[in-house]
Design a protein around this ligand. Structure first.
Ligand code: P1T
Length: 378
């Protein structure tokens, strides 16, 4: 089955109780048992819920995964993945990443005895050089948030495998429509479904997929033990969103290409970060590893932080807001918004300056989006 068909059908058979064509919102915490321990596979909704199960099956199929688990947010999914580790374990992390993920690693999980080393994961040799006897996991975003850097997933997997190190890829920016990390050798793929998968900025969610039954069982155990699960209504909204993921991603990309070309052509823009531009240092890797370039881009206008902030406040169609991946276009100033939890000196050393702006290019008319940016830039 192809992607668009799986998105609409996998896990979504007609409801066995009623024939309802669309998976119902099973808004129940518990299930009546015929006799103690005698039930139809459903006992308590933290452990299992039919609406969540439908979403888990659908998303797993989109990542070509045998197993998938849904969480209340992307951060809950990330935390559940890190639950695979124990005190003393070491993690190598791609150094450009969502500020909230850095905060979880740096401010929360270090208190539980995990240790993190940040490297430029665009270079697989930098990942290899950072591995120690204690390294159990490599964590990557590709493309990264917000600098749109890529990692060669197969090359990093080849570094990890012989050392028995697991590779987890946060695939939120690419989505399974454009990239399937498990097919390239990753052990785990993680998503914030809040973004493109949900697609309408109305439901938080997270997802983890794997082909390894042992990893699945351990994460499932933690999903139930810790309890960071999504409610049935959010699962329903996300499942409704995912049905149009293929359509939306094509439009996001069409618009992002137009916006990137427009920005690159401006004399008052210093730099544009979009993997679809031939000027992107990893454009060739993007063409090889991804099935498209997606809808996210960042840029640095000339004029420094002051002008960047003025531009962010001047757009009319692009809303100044955190998050990404919805049908509506958003503009964000990472230094003061999504990446404010990274200390300024660390952030700047990694290239996230106060003059950087990030765009989540929506599916409005490209002409209107470019007119809006033209107005804001001038
Ligand atoms: O917000 P939540 O659903 O918990 O997802 C966290 C998360 C995980 N991974 C990546 C790559 C992300 O970008 C995010 C969340 N990011 C934003 C809210 C943002 O505006 O960048």
């Amino acid at each position: 089955m192809d992607f668009a068909t799986k998105a609409i059908h996998v896990g979504q058979d007609a409801d066995p109780a009623t024939g309802a064509t669309i998976v119902p919102i099973y808004q129940t915490t518990t299930y009546t048992q015929a006799a103690p321990g005698e039930h139809r596979g459903f006992d308590y909704s933290r452990s299992i819920n039919p609406t969540r199960l439908a979403l888990e099956r659908c998303l797993a199929s989109l990542e070509n995964a045998a197993y998938g688990l849904c969480f209340a947010s992307g951060m809950a999914a990330t935390a559940a993945t890190l639950n695979l580790l124990a005190a003393g374990d070491h993690v190598v992390v791609g150094d450009d990443l969502y500020g909230g993920t850095f905060r979880l690693f740096d401010k929360v999980l270090t208190r539980y005895g995990l240790r993190f080393t940040y490297v430029d994961a665009a270079d697989p040799q930098a990942v290899a050089a950072a591995l120690t006897e204690a390294t159990k996991l490599v964590w990557l975003e590709t493309p990264t948030n917000p600098l749109m850097k890529l990692s060669d997933i197969a090359a990093v997997a080849a570094v990890c495998k012989p050392r028995g190190v697991r590779l987890a890829v946060d695939n939120t920016f690419a989505t399974p429509f454009l990239q399937n990390p498990l097919d390239l050798g990753a052990d785990l793929v993680v998503h914030s479904t809040t973004k493109y998968i949900g697609g309408h900025s109305d439901a938080l969610g997270g997802f983890v997929a794997t082909n390894d039954e042992g990893l699945y069982q351990t994460i499932k155990f933690h999903q139930n033990s810790v309890g960071g699960v999504p409610g049935p209504f959010d699962c329903f909204l996300t499942l409704r969103g995912v049905k149009t993921l293929a359509l939306r991603m094509r439009e996001h990309e069409r618009n992002a290409r137009a916006v990137a070309a427009f920005l690159e052509g401006r004399a008052d823009v210093e730099r544009v970060y979009y993997p679809g531009l031939p000027s992107h240092p990893q454009h060739e890797l993007a063409k090889r590893q991804m099935r498209g370039f997606g809808g996210m881009l960042s840029f640095v206008p000339s004029g420094g932080a002051g002008r960047a902030q003025a531009i962010a406040s001047a757009t009319r169609i692009f809303s100044l807001a955190e998050s990404l991946g919805g049908v509506e276009s958003l503009i964000c100033h990472p230094a003061s918004m999504t990446h404010a939890s990274i200390p300024k000196e660390v952030r700047e050393a990694r290239g996230v300056s106060d003059a950087l702006l990030r765009l989540s290019v929506g599916i409005e008319s490209a002409t209107d989006l470019i007119t809006d940016l033209e107005h804001a830039l001038s």
